[in-house]
Design a protein around this ligand. Structure first.
Ligand SMILES: [Zn+2]
Length: 80
């Protein structure tokens, strides 16, 4: 058994529609864009979220010095 650090990289997409009242299409887009960045649509985003790409990279770590195994300088007790 070893100790690992796994880096997760997810590419996600989310498609949903918002209906609202506005003066013109520019204002409508602006309001919704602000809403996205202000976390007003987190529920819509979460329920429509799809993972389109995923990447996992595991690195073995030394439990004693918490360094990557390749850079570990602990000489003793490497195996139990
Ligand atoms: Zn170490």
């Amino acid at each position: 058994m070893g100790w690992f650090n796994v880096k997760v990289e997810l590419e996600q997409t989310s498609v949903f529609e918002i209906e609202l009242e506005a003066d013109d299409y520019y204002e409508a887009q602006q309001i919704v864009q602000n809403g996205v960045w202000n976390d007003d649509y987190t529920k819509d985003i979460r329920t429509t979220l799809e993972i389109v790409d995923e990447n996992y990279k595991a690195i073995e770590m030394c439990e004693d010095c918490n360094a990557e195994m390749d850079y570990c300088v602990c000489e003793e007790d490497k195996d139990e």
